[in-house]
Design a protein around this ligand. Structure first.
Ligand SMILES: Cc1ncc(COP(=O)(O)O)c(C=O)c1O
Length: 362
């Protein structure tokens, strides 16, 4: 079939079974006589697709009934503005943990709308670790505390049992690069958002999971489309939603459920990541770049310590059918993104290549 192992950080690999189903249903979706791309978003067939996607996501993440699931546009980046416009409306204060460039962008955007404060940052150390916090670090009257749960570029993550303690301040989380990868207790969050194009589907849709009591408090200046209430009242169909992207996410949710849900994928993801990290830790050539205890299960950055050798690694790995292993332009080196859809065979092929490369260049 000539498919490569695609280690892209996003948009990234999708499960082959999902792509096959989409291909089979491309011209005639379930006897509708048309593609999902051609359907009215008000048609019964499409309404079912969106409703099922919502139900499946709710099941997968055990989302409590007091949360609303929204399928929005504008990517995770629009949430950097939408969150403060909607939630920074009590004291007008929000506290931020700077654990990477995306967290910083969220902070910078919020600072346009109110009193945004950086509580801790690991920027001085190239975001190579997750700074510790305690409840006392946060302003008691903050409208929310914002974290980026998985830092795609640097390869760190807040583990499910190491989320900041924020008492009753709503915790807002960017989960773009690790949603559905391991079990997080949704009830610990006020709001979770995630661009789909890493672990959930194609680009074009951003999922927002919001506690219902946080809906309806937007600033007056909030554009209608960026008000969570508008979107919740219209079941994410205030305007034409990104129907095809939502359909694809729905297929990914079904694939994941068939596999055994989050617990099953979590253990596969841990096996994949441990295998790769173990190999890196035991090699003489490769080095991990972040604090071991904060390592991401999804994005695995590594270096040889020699820029020319890193460049050669990226070039040679591509020839071996391993694509997109170049690290983000802001950090260099290599990064293997091993999201849910990356099979163990892909990690094995990468380790095999790394061994061979070490033999010739180590
Ligand atoms: C953690 C994180 N947040 C936000 C974004 C931005 O997402 P989007 O391109 O959907 O706006 C990315 C994209 O790579 C990301 O990794």
């Amino acid at each position: 079939m000539n498919r490569v192992f695609n280690f892209s950080a996003g948009p990234s690999a999708l499960p082959v079974e999902v792509l096959q189903t989409a291909a089979e249903e491309m011209l005639n979706y379930k006897d509708a006589g048309m593609s999902v791309m051609e359907m009215s978003h008000r048609s019964a067939a499409y309404e079912d697709i969106q409703e099922e996607a919502k139900t499946d996501l709710k099941d997968l993440m055990a989302i409590p009934d007091n949360y609303e699931i929204l399928f929005l546009q504008g990517g995770a980046s629009t949430q950097f503005a939408m969150v403060p416009l909607n939630l920074m409306t009590g004291s007008g204060k929000a506290d931020f943990l700077l654990t990477g460039s995306w967290a910083k962008k969220a902070y910078q955007e919020a600072a346009r709308y109110g009193d945004a404060k950086v509580v801790v940052s690991s920027e001085e150390d190239t975001f190579s670790y997750i700074p510790k916090t305690s409840e006392a670090d946060f302003r008691k009257d903050a409208d929310y505390v914002h974290i980026c749960v998985n830092n795609t570029i640097y390869g760190t993550r807040f583990k499910p049992n190491q989320l900041p303690t924020v008492s009753n301040i709503p915790l807002v989380a960017d989960m773009s690069s690790n949603i559905l990868s391991e079990a997080y207790d949704v009830s610990k969050f006020g709001l979770i958002y995630a661009g789909a194009q890493k672990n959930m589907g194609p680009s074009g849709v951003c999922v927002v999971i919001i506690r219902k009591d946080l809906i309806g408090t937007a600033m007056d200046i909030t554009p209608t489309m960026l008000n969570y209430k508008t979107q919740a009242d219209a079941d994410s169909k205030f305007n034409t939603p990104p129907c095809y992207s939502i359909y694809m996410c729905g297929l990914v949710y079904k694939w994941l459920k068939k596999l055994g849900g989050i617990d099953a994928i979590e253990s596969i993801n841990k096996e994949k990541a441990n295998k790769l990290y173990d190999f890196i830790d035991n090699s003489k050539l490769y080095k991990g770049t972040v604090a071991v205890e904060d390592r991401s299960l999804m994005n695995v950055p590594f270096i040889t310590g020699n820029k020319e050798l890193d460049a050669l690694f990226v070039k040679e790995s591509k020839k071996a059918g391993l694509e997109n292993l170049k690290g983000h332009r802001s950090v260099g080196g290599m990064r293997a993104s091993i999201y849910n859809a990356m099979p163990m065979a892909g990690v094995d092929a990468l380790i095999d290549f790394m061994k061979k490369f070490e033999k010739t260049n180590g």
